[in-house]
Design a protein around this ligand. Sequence first.
Ligand SMILES: Nc1ncnc2c1ncn2[C@@H]1O[C@H](COP(=O)(O)OP(=O)(O)O)[C@@H](O)[C@H]1O
Ligand SMILES: [Mg+2]
Length: 310
Amino acid sequence: MSTSGPQRARRDVGELDLAPKPHDLTDEALPDSEGEVGPTGRVRRHVPEPPLIAGHGPAKIMAVCNQKGGVGKTTSTINLGAALAEYGRRVLLVDFDPQGALSVGLGVQPHQLDNTIYNVLIERKLPLQQVVLRTGIEDMDLLPSNIDLSAAEVQLVAEVGREHALARSLGPVMAHYDYILVDCQPSLGLLTVNALAAADGVIIPLECEFFSLRGVALLIDTIEKVRERLNPKLDISGILATMYDPRTLHSREVMARVVEAFGDVVFDTVINRTVRFPETTVAGEPITTWAPRSAGAKAYRALAREVLAR
Ligand SMILES: Nc1ncnc2c1ncn2[C@@H]1O[C@H](COP(=O)(O)OP(=O)(O)O)[C@@H](O)[C@H]1O
Ligand SMILES: [Mg+2]
């Protein structure tokens, strides 16, 4: 039986990937077995296979957050979302950055949209369901954004309950989804506070570079303030080391510092630096479908299992 056809939204995980592959060493090296010492320098913890679920919802909201740009927030949102969907979870990705990179990464042209998350936040009467787009991934939807969202920060300031605008907007779809991942903008402004005020957990992508630890203290401080004042259920779900290059001492040293500083909250899964990720942005789809058998796809599946187990 043919495995392609218009009705098939995604390719099988194990299907051969015929797209041209550049030579990329880091795309191959990722020891993955439980009980072995992984790139974090720790023995990988046991992660159970995700259980099948009978029904859907209520959604767990996860904010993907770091006020530093270029650390892998958007890439992690897309690929973790796609991996969670592969495990049978219904996923909504929220583009909460006026740059619209998440939307672009899923093949949407944000400037052509009439309605985005901005309209849902500001015009209270527009139902979120009318703005949500389906993606090429079965069970993964997108709430897109574009540059309009940059006005929301200013407009919300004058409102009562301004920190809870996103939580209010997501209310009507909570029962429909299992995971809502919010891709935050690189700032700790009101939009990010809205994401934290709505979230059950925060995932902090951290680039394996020397200066990456700078600013994390401020981020954690902000998370703690939001927990105290706005959202007692907020938790740090995990710190995700990204752009790791196993060939360099530098990467390994930064990794060791991160584990020393944050301990068990650091995911065992580490995302290697590979050109496959920038390529998927051009392709407008997650690595899990674009290169389903690549190390990058496997890593995000491993991350999904960790997230499902936490
Ligand atoms: N593991 C990785 N290896 C190499 N490049 C990556 C990796 N993750 C992300 N990138 C690339 O780095 C750039 C910034 O990533 P992005 O996810 O947009 O970060 P952020 O959302 O934090 O600004 C993008 O061009 C993306 O394709
Ligand atoms: Mg981004």
